[in-house]
Design a protein around this ligand. Sequence first.
Ligand SMILES: NC(=O)c1ccc[n+]([C@@H]2O[C@H](COP(=O)([O-])OP(=O)(O)OC[C@H]3O[C@@H](n4cnc5c(N)ncnc54)[C@H](O)[C@@H]3O)[C@@H](O)[C@H]2O)c1
Length: 286
Amino acid sequence: MAIKKVFVIGAGTMGNGIAQVYAQAGYDVMMSDIKEEFVRKGLATIDGSLSRMVKKGTITEADKATVLGRIKTTINNSDAKDADLVVEAAPEELALKKNIFKQLDEICRPDAILATNTSSLPIGEIAAATKNPGRVIGIHFMNPVPVMKGVEVIPGRHTRPEVLAMAKDFVKSLGKEPCEARDYAGFIVSRLVDALMNEAFWCVMDGNKPEEVDKAVKLCLNHPMGPLELCDLAGADIVLHGLETMHKEFGERLRPAPLLKNMVRSGDLGRKTGRGFYDYTQNAPK
Ligand SMILES: NC(=O)c1ccc[n+]([C@@H]2O[C@H](COP(=O)([O-])OP(=O)(O)OC[C@H]3O[C@@H](n4cnc5c(N)ncnc54)[C@H](O)[C@@H]3O)[C@@H](O)[C@H]2O)c1
């Protein structure tokens, strides 16, 4: 089966980015959300992102219009009935995702591929909510989707080999590179980044200054952002939730550092509360 029509579930941070890169690659896209206003907001984000590309000279006004013309929207997931591929980018809640996949399994053609953009939930468990787990796979895009080159592709225990091959070819057709990962919590990327952040928390507990830890990681390891800046950006509560999942799966070596728990209990969640490893109320680090 050649993939032509793709359906994106969720018009939020990831969903609208995913819809944009599909449309830029020439696919017919339908993007859904639960309310008209969410869909409109997602479309406006895509419009803004394409306008920035026009301003930079990467694409023309005509290209922008063509890309936007390829994206339709809906608030009804039963419109996925003609899709060749569905990518789900709804919030990171296992029960919600299982429910969506159970419905998709009934709505979609039997040969359609069903993919989830989850960052860490088990693909096998989401697939088990369907009668046809062989067509379920993880396709994990990174944020911001239009910019990031790598995409994790995660087969579940029952994913058919041809579905994995098609998912990889599909990622390549977007001008991105698939990285195949096994179906364990956090796959490769979330697991490694959580481990790095957790060790950075221990470095701070050992007396290192947050700005020195971030500087060392940026200048000595060539990372674009320090792990503590990243924690402040993502939110300490979100990072703690992720680490607790890793701790359950992998045991002691990914036990969340006490400093992180202490910060979450004290409400120092990072940028969103004005204070985390850094103070954002006055002299926020650039
Ligand atoms: N934000 C990131 O940096 C990032 C990076 C990689 C992966 N992810 C993963 O991508 C997924 C989406 O994350 P996000 O940050 O885009 O979330 P988000 O909250 O920005 O967007 C999710 C959207 O899904 C919509 N939605 C909920 N139920 C729906 C349904 N039944 N049908 C259609 N739409 C529905 C919500 O209304 C919301 O607009 C999560 O699994 C997350 O773990 C996020």
